[in-house]
Design a protein around this ligand. Structure first.
Ligand SMILES: [Zn+2]
Length: 388
């Protein structure tokens, strides 16, 4: 499918464990040290009958099922693997970077995942359950009747912020769609079939049997909360194409609300993603390599901060935004290769502070820089930001 040829794949949120995105084992079952000793309840196994049924359903899937999944994950992971394996060995290489290894949002998500046994992880990984809502929202649904948050609790705020961002930056934005990713797609047979046919090019019969297998997994493992577990939608992401889409997962909104940032997280997440959309629409996305990608990420954070603090933008209290950014920039595991991608938390904050000052110090607050003017100023500032 054409839209899968991504002009941009950028993910804000990168979290714990799961696929262990090594080049050759993106979907391989993981044995992360995160998993503690399962409790007695967690250790409860499926009945032999149910296990046999699931095994049979899985065996009936196409021979290249895993390969197709891997291909899609690989495409989406090209720029930034969203799910990383957290190991002490990796963390030890984080040298001089100042980093909070366990920010509140990680702690919250870890607690939500506490009852996921090896068996549950195995099924989640085999089927990349945490990618399916993203694929569905990004590529296989229309954008009518969009809602945000599991119960639509963020629909008004995100819709309003989305319109406001388009007005503020004044770029060609009719083709930019902001869509919600929902775990409910995992219990929706028709939506799953549509996703497997659209994204993985399965024929209808195969898509049907695969969807039935996913539905059976949800029934067998209550840990998935019938698709509503926040980990399954813990992402935001922007894609180029026609239309261009920014996807906001319910899980990430739920997580930041749970730790007390429901008032600011949706706007910041969306403003950062809109920064990527500006890059896509204005051709600032032609480039490659870790330095280029890092520049893109820092620039998106700067775009966001400029909008969020500008009197004619969101006009948010900068102190409150800063509090959120302190957490936001430390998530995703403190990996050097992750920094390579996004810049260190200090660099990220420096980019945001620079943009805040730009908005704040403007002689005439009524003036809004164009996206191109802003990009030019940012590029001039980048060497200083990288020295942080
Ligand atoms: Zn980004």
């Amino acid at each position: 499918m054409k839209t899968l040829k991504l002009l941009l794949t950028l993910i804000i949120i990168a979290f714990v464990t799961v696929t262990g995105c090594k080049e050759d084992s993106r979907i391989a079952p993981d044995t992360s040290p995160l998993r503690s000793q399962p409790s007695a309840r967690q250790s409860a196994r499926l009945s032999p009958e149910l296990k046999a049924k699931l095994d049979k359903m899985r065996a009936a899937l196409p021979a290249d099922f895993q390969k197709r999944l891997e291909q899609q994950v690989s495409k989406l992971s090209k720029h930034q693997p969203p799910y990383r394996k957290r190991t002490p060995g990796t963390l030890n290489t984080a040298e001089s970077v100042s980093c909070d290894f366990n920010p509140p949002i990680n702690q919250w998500l870890d607690s939500e995942l506490a009852n996921w046994t090896e068996e549950v992880w195995l099924h989640a990984n085999w089927n990349v359950l945490y990618w399916l809502p993203l694929w569905s929202a990004g590529f296989s649904t229309n954008s009518e009747n969009e809602y945000f948050g599991r119960h639509g609790e963020y629909t008004q705020l995100i819709t309003k912020t989305s319109k406001d961002l388009k007005r503020f930056w004044g770029i060609e934005s009719d083709q930019i769609e902001v869509v919600g990713a929902h775990g409910s797609v995992l219990r929706d047979r028709e939506a799953l079939i549509n996703m497997y046919m659209t994204v993985l090019q399965f024929d209808e019969a195969t898509a049907g049997s695969t969807a039935d297998y996913i539905l059976a997994l949800l029934t067998a493992y209550p840990q998935f909360r019938n698709g509503d577990h926040p980990f399954l939608t813990f992402f935001t992401m922007s894609f180029g194409g026609t239309p261009s889409r920014t996807v906001i997962g319910d899980g990430v909104l739920e997580g930041f609300a749970a730790i007390g940032y429901g008032d600011v997280a949706p706007q910041v997440l969306l403003a950062h993603e809109f920064g990527h959309q500006i890059q896509i629409q204005s051709g600032q996305y032609e480039g490659n390599g870790p330095e280029f990608v890092r520049m893109q990420e820092l620039m998106a954070s700067a775009y966001a901060a400029y909008y969020l603090s500008h009197a004619r933008g969101a006009a948010m209290q900068w102190k409150r935004v800063q509090q959120f950014l302190q957490i936001f920039y430390n998530i995703g595991d403190c990996y050097p290769d992750y920094y390579q991608h996004r810049g260190t938390p200090t660099q990220q904050m420096a980019a945001a502070e620079w943009a805040y000052n730009l908005a704040n110090d403007a002689q005439k607050q009524g003036h809004i820089l164009t996206a191109q003017e802003f990009a030019t100023l940012f590029e001039a500032q980048l060497p200083l930001i990288l020295q942080q």
